[in-house]
Design a protein around this ligand. Structure first.
Ligand code: SF4
Ligand code: SF4
Length: 472
């Protein structure tokens, strides 16, 4: 039976409730009165239930869909302003004992090159990432208790935080590793991680079990209840996501929202971020062989409906998507993007030789970070290298309170300007620097409180004089 507060995966992600929701959405997809009332509720910025969001997702009325898109863009602006947070993935190891059929790291793939970064390798990679201008990383590793035990992950985090190269520093390490124990989540918390990210892949239990034929990840409940254990282990910023293309997108859309509702109901803290990856080609993986792939139009609709349903969450789109697709969804509520990414184990300091491909998926947006920063500014966004919240203790319910009422942008906006300034001083090309300086000057006037404007103006000057790491 469906129970959002339950600790049991089959109850908080309940198949019967999802199927009922899908038929409710199907039968109401032309119900203008209901759709209008849901849009009215969405405008209050308090979010939508999975049932309400499913009706919007199914809605086939063109002018209502245009309202959904416009509202999603407005919602992101109202809460987070026009900043877009930047990050890069760092793959530590592609050793894995699981059999995920959509990932080239599955252990039966005998021809992919297996690699694991040593601490010396990590130092070199992090210096290369710092030299690009990155301040926020998401570390990734396959599940392998022998090759990638928790001690290796913890040591790697310590190494990453310890490297200060020129003016560079990685100030936030988000972690994307396999579902683990409460005890290990406590260790990750003590290591000072930002967000713990774990994609569900699909919420459809039967499909999940077929897509993960063996290995620890085969256990649906262990995987689906991982965020509960993370929360119990003291990690209060968690990131959800599904891999669109594995199952019917409507099913996973509803499951994803039910998972967010569960975290709110059980812990009072919803997901810090939601990612929306789509399945991509990779070594040994033909994305076209998955029948449930979604078009760019459906993808755009999914993004905008998630934004309306969970307005407080950060929404992430990676370099799995092309420039044009990323541009489209930036206007529909995305608040965080990766840039200059390598999806191989290593590859930042020196690109991998062609015959040594260890990438998890093919990157669609291959531009470098400077190009991405310039592109975002040309679109009217402020690229932000801010990592302030968790360093200021604004995590979990403290963060949620500020993001739900939209006050977080009083931090996001000034921090975006100050961290962009650091980027311009230390890493930008002359052209990007010129555009960025103009943007910062014009955005300063948009800081509403005079006192804050004064502090930021002063800090911008100090950054020019060589000081770093100011934050609100
Ligand atoms: S998705 Fe993760 S667990 Fe599955 S094979 Fe790839 S690295 Fe391993
Ligand atoms: S102030 Fe907080 S929410 Fe805003 S960009 Fe910085 S870390 Fe993110």
């Amino acid at each position: 039976m469906y129970n959002a507060k339950s600790i049991n995966a089959d109850e908080f992600i309940n198949d019967e409730e999802i199927m009922d929701t899908l038929s409710y959405a199907e039968s109401n997809k032309h119900n203008v009165e209901l759709i209008d009332s849901i849009l009215k509720k969405a405008r209050m910025r308090n979010g939508l239930s999975h049932r309400e969001a499913a009706v919007l997702l199914d809605c086939e009325i063109e002018d209502k869909n245009q309202e959904i898109y416009a509202l999603a863009e407005q919602m992101k602006k109202d809460i987070y302003g026009n900043r877009i947070v930047m990050f890069a993935p760092l793959y530590l190891s592609n050793y894995c004992i699981n059999g995920c059929v959509y990932c080239p790291y599955h252990c039966t793939n005998k021809h992919i090159v297996r690699k694991k970064l040593t601490q010396e390798d990590i130092k070199r990679e992090v210096i290369a990432l710092q030299d690009m201008g990155h301040k926020r990383l998401a570390i990734e590793a396959g599940e392998d208790p022998v090759n990638n035990p928790i001690e290796y992950i913890l040591e790697s985090i310590k190494t990453i935080y310890s490297i200060q190269h020129k003016n560079g520093a990685i100030r936030r390490v988000n972690v994307n590793i396999a579902a683990t124990t409460v005890e290990n989540y406590e260790k990750l918390r003590d290591a000072g991680i930002g967000t713990y990210i774990l994609f569900q892949e699909t919420y459809h239990k039967k499909s999940y079990e077929a897509l993960h034929p063996f290995g620890p990840k085969h256990n649906y409940a262990w995987h689906t209840e991982a965020m509960d254990r993370a929360m119990k282990g003291g990690i209060d910023d968690v990131g959800l996501g599904v891999l669109f293309g594995l199952e019917l997108f409507r099913y996973d859309f509803v499951g994803l929202l039910m998972h967010a509702e569960h975290l709110e109901a059980a812990f009072g803290v919803g997901p810090h971020t939601i990612s929306v990856p789509r399945i991509r080609h990779a070594d040994d993986i033909n994305a076209d062989s998955f029948e449930n792939g979604i078009s760019d139009d459906v993808f755009a609709k999914v993004v905008s409906c998630i934004r309306l349903a969970v307005p407080y969450t950060g929404m992430i789109v990676s370099t799995r998507e092309s420039q044009s697709c990323r541009e489209r969804v930036l206007h529909l509520g995305i608040s965080q993007v990766s840039g200059g990414s390598r999806t191989s184990v290593g590859g930042y300091e020196e690109p991998e030789p062609e015959d040594e491909n260890s990438a998890q998926f093919d990157v669609m947006d291959t531009r470098n970070l400077d190009e991405i920063v310039r592109w975002l500014m040309d679109l009217g966004y402020i690229p932000s290298f801010c990592t302030a919240c968790y360093r200021e203790g604004r995590t979990g319910d403290r963060f949620m309170a500020l993001s739900k009422n939209g006050e977080i942008q009083n931090c996001c906006h000034p921090n975006a300007l100050m961290t962009l300034k650091e980027y311009l001083e230390d890493y930008a090309s002359p052209e990007t620097k010129t555009i960025g300086e103009q943007l910062i000057n014009s955005e300063l006037a948009n800081i509403p409180r005079e006192k804050v404007r004064g502090i930021v103006t002063e800090n911008l000057k100090k950054i020019e004089d060589g000081s770093r790491d100011f934050r609100l």
